[in-house]
Design a protein around this ligand. Structure first.
Ligand code: NAD
Length: 299
């Protein structure tokens, strides 16, 4: 009998801001397996997230199978768009949603995590941002496109650069991608499809570099649609969930927990020879070449 035991393992997850997204579900799955969870929360929502946590708003979803509540060892404010303090523009530093914080760039958060915890075993990137995501690519500005790639793809490169040096041998790094990287998905605009293509490509290259340098594996999960806060902001998530339900090989709604279980596998020693891969966790939708629910099949 195999079971996943992550006791003694330290996990850093960048991109947990509520209990509705993939980041939260992965935190919970890894915690259930015994790991210690440290998170990075986007600075502008840090206060609302930590105060909601303290006020018990997430208690129902914090509940673990043994009845205890999931605890985070530490929550750091973070903005993965910036690598070092010099990169932060004055208007951001002075912005009321950032002003109360310091040390939220990737290099600074990494340094704090290293000081506080010494080393980590598992690094998870569960964040994306594309300011023009609602614009078709033909109407996306250069600035919007580059911002999408900076927040959603380079942020993973930066995390690897800064956390990799204090990750333990045999560790695992993981990010989340979307099928729009290789197939046209109208509505997923603003350069986000390009950002996911870059993220997948970087995962392969970093699998080689981080594998050789630190013995760290690096994979990506291509997740199906989930009604998270980020996905709701794009605007067409309910249609995508319904489309998937009607057309995927497995006819059921995808739960965040199913993606989290795949993350648990990839983060564990059961996947000790798995690196550089894109694992689809989408009820099989990516394998379809046609939409079976199309009116064309109903004549
Ligand atoms: P989510 O809202 O739970 O997570 C996105 C997180 O990114 C939020 O907590 C947000 O605060 C954070 N974030 C945004 N910009 C940031 C920055 N500059 N620095 C640090 N954090 C920042 O939504 P989710 O859908 O669970 O997204 C997690 C990952 O899953 C993303 O990479 C997303 O593209 C991917 N994904 C989602 C779906 C879906 O349908 N929801 C499908 C495939 C892949």
């Amino acid at each position: 009998m195999f079971s996943v035991d992550l006791k003694g393992k330290k996990v850093f997850i960048a991109g947990v801001g509520d209990d509705a997204g993939y980041g939260w579900a992965m935190a919970k799955a890894l915690k259930e397996a015994g790991a210690e969870i440290i998170i990075g929360t986007w600075a502008p929502i840090y206060k609302i997230f930590t105060s909601s946590l303290e006020m018990g708003k997430f208690d129902a979803s914090r509940k673990l199978s043994d009845g205890s509540l999931m605890e985070f060892s530490k929550v750091y404010p973070m903005d993965a768009t910036f690598d070092k303090p010099e990169d932060v523009p004055t208007e951001i530093k002075e912005n009321k949603r950032y002003k109360a914080y310091s040390h939220y760039t990737v290099s600074e958060v990494a340094e704090l995590v290293k000081q506080d915890f010494g080393s980590i075993d598992i690094l998870i990137h569960s964040l994306a941002n594309g300011p023009e995501v609602k614009n078709p690519l033909l109407e996306t500005s250069r600035a919007g496109y580059l911002a999408a790639v900076s927040s959603s793809s380079y942020s993973f490169v930066s995390l690897m650069q800064h956390f990799g040096p204090f990750m333990n041998q045999g560790g695992s790094a993981l990010n989340l991608t979307y099928v729009a990287s290789t197939k046209a998905i109208p509505g997923y605009g603003g350069g986000m499809s390009s950002a996911k293509a870059a993220l997948e490509s970087d995962t392969r290259t970093l699998a080689f570099e981080a594998g050789q340098k630190w013995g760290v594996r690096c994979n990506t999960i291509s997740a199906g649609p989930l009604g998270s806060r980020a996905a709701r902001a794009i605007g067409f998530i309910d249609t995508m969930i319904e489309y998937s339900y009607n057309n995927a090989p497995i006819k059921k709604e995808l739960s965040a927990c199913e993606v989290a279980q795949a993350a648990l596998f990839l983060s564990s020693n059961m996947a000790s020879a798995v690196t550089g891969t894109t694992l689809f966790v989408d009820n099989g939708l990516h394998a379809m070449g046609i939409a079976v629910e199309s009116p064309s099949f109903k004549q």
